[in-house]
Structure formats: C-alpha cells, structure tokens
Design a binder for this molecule. Structure first.
Ligand code: SAM
Length: 282
C-alpha cells in the first residue's frame, strides 16, 4: 500500500536531475493528479494519506520512465487541449502549441471571417487549426498534410470533436499539386519553420516529427514561398492568408510576400511580444 505523498516524493526525486522543480510540480498538478489519480489539487492537499491503487502507481512508474527518455508528457497521455478542444496526439504529429491558439484568435478577430466560404489549413498535423476554425463557422474547411499518419490522427480528431473537415494528402512544395485543390477564400498555416541550429541537442523538441518542425538552413522560407505561390493560383480576390512564423525570419518573409505582389501585410505579436504571425490581404 502506498500513500499519495510517497508517490509524489518518488516522482520528484526521479526527475529532479532532468527537469526543473517548477516543471515537475506542474506535471504533477496538471497531469498526474488530474489524469492518473483523477483528483483535484485541493483534494490532494486535503487527503495526503490517500492510498493509491496499485495500477495507478504502475502508471506513474511508467510515466517516470517515459519522461526520463526525454519524451513529452502529452505523448504519454495521448492527448492535449487546444482552444478547449481535446486533441488526440501521438509521436507522428506536432504537439499543438499555445502560440498557435493565438493564430486562431487572430483569425476570429477579423471582422469579415464569416465571409470566408472556403478555408484551407496547410500542414494540418493533428488537425487542431482546421478543427478549431470549423468548430465555430459553417465554411467548408480543407486541410492538407504530407504525412499519412498525421492525417489519420487529424481525421480521428474531427470525429471526436464532431466537425467535418475535408482532408487530403498533398505535398504543398510540389507546385504541380496546387491545381488539385479548389479556389479558396482563406489560407491558414503553421508550417515547419525552425532552423536546426536553434534547437539544443538535448531538447525535448527532438521527440517530435522532424518534418513537422525543421526547415533547411539554406532555404528556411521554403514552405512560405510554396504557400504564397499556392495563393497566387488559388486564393480568391479579397481573400486572406494567416501564417505563424519564426520571429527571426519575419523581415525576410515580409520581403518575400511583397515580391509576390502582396502589400497589405499586418504583423501580430505573440504572448511574449515576439513577431509571430502575419496576416496578408489580397
Ligand atoms: C509545424 S507542423 C503544424 C501542425 C499543426 N498545424 C499545428 O499547428 O500544430 C507542420 C505540419 O506540416 C506538415 N508538412 C511537412 N511538409 C509538408 C509538405 N511538403 N506538404 C504538406 N504538409 C507538410 C507536417 O507533416 C506537419 O504536420
């Protein structure tokens, strides 16, 4: 028989050389208490003699092993939350980020968002962007990705969240594919944008799929250029493009967008006051 306080001490001691005390505490409060023991933080504080079930102890032991392999906690539980929607994930998809929730807020802050009848999410991954948008509007939402496994998860998320999104496996970098997609009113995308040199070797980011994150250092805007070319052929007049971007690439991207004839460009900051989003109006 194990008391919950003993499990907590073991959790902390096992992880303290790999994670900060704050990270351990937040993993304990936000994941272990909530999703393994299914008790609130208040209940935990009031019932420190609470005796845990053997199977829950085993789950915590397995979680510790997972975390010691430098794997994200979300992959252990198999889900995360994005705009209050439960999103299933596995190691074939990027874990949706809080920054990307801001991209959804920027989309819905446009006075004319309801006039976008056809919207496409390029590089959908878990489907989080497409699903969060479709959850709130009637428009036809398309979503594409190059990765079969990601599309499988995205489809599961559409069913679980009770929304209809039209998914297609398409390589956006192959311009010959662009005609396979319809004319649309709005493009939303959080494409790969991280330069390999930006990420330390021991970063937890390396557990996520490389083709969802990294771009070639000699052509870091490769996805944005493909998206702008796609806009040139498929975006209806009056349409808009919403992009998440690496802040260090913002001025290069602005110049690239202008080169393709778009001059109505607005930059938005993220929570940390970094230039993270671009909205282009055609
Ligand atoms: C940064 S992730 C974004 C995932 C999701 N939209 C989000 O915001 O969490 C980029 C996505 O682009 C996809 N991708 C990579 N190369 C692609 C390509 N050539 N064509 C289409 N999608 C691609 C990856 O599989 C990945 O799911």
């Amino acid at each position: 028989m194990f008391k919950i306080d003993y499990i907590k001490i073991k959790f902390e001691e096992s992880l303290i050389n790999h994670y900060s005390a704050n990270e351990i505490l937040s993993m304990w409060n936000l994941w272990v208490l909530k999703y393994i023991f299914k008790i609130s933080q208040i209940d935990y504080i009031l019932n420190r003699n609470y005796v845990v079930l053997q199977r829950h102890k085993k789950q915590v032991d397995n979680l510790i092993k997972h975390l010691l392999k430098n794997q994200p906690i979300q992959y252990f539980f198999g889900f995360t939350y994005f705009k209050n929607l439960k999103i299933i994930i596995n190691d074939n998809v990027l874990i949706p980020r809080p920054e990307t929730e801001d991209l959804i807020d920027i989309f819905f802050s446009q006075t004319n968002f309801f006039s976008f009848k056809k919207i496409i999410d390029i590089g959908t991954g878990s489907g989080c962007i497409a699903i969060a948008i479709k959850k709130k509007i009637e428009s036809h939402v398309y979503a594409i990705d190059i990765c079969d496994e990601a599309l499988k998860i995205a489809k599961q998320n559409s069913v679980a969240n009770n929304v209809q999104v039209e998914y297609n496996k398409i390589d956006i970098l192959n311009i010959n594919n662009h005609h396979l997609l319809p004319k649309i009113d709005c493009i939303v995308s959080n494409p790969p944008y991280v330069l390999p040199l930006e990420v330390p070797n021991d970063s937890i980011i390396h557990s996520e799929p490389k083709n969802a994150i990294f771009v070639p250092p000699d052509n870091p805007l490769i996805f944005y250029e493909a998206i702008i070319k796609f806009a040139n052929s498929n975006l209806n007049l009056g349409g808009k493009i919403f992009l998440e971007i690496n802040p260090i690439l913002i001025s290069d991207l602005t110049n690239l967008i202008k080169k393709y004839g778009y001059f109505n460009i607005k930059i938005h900051n993220d929570f940390y006051q970094k230039k993270r989003f671009i909205v282009v109006s055609s």
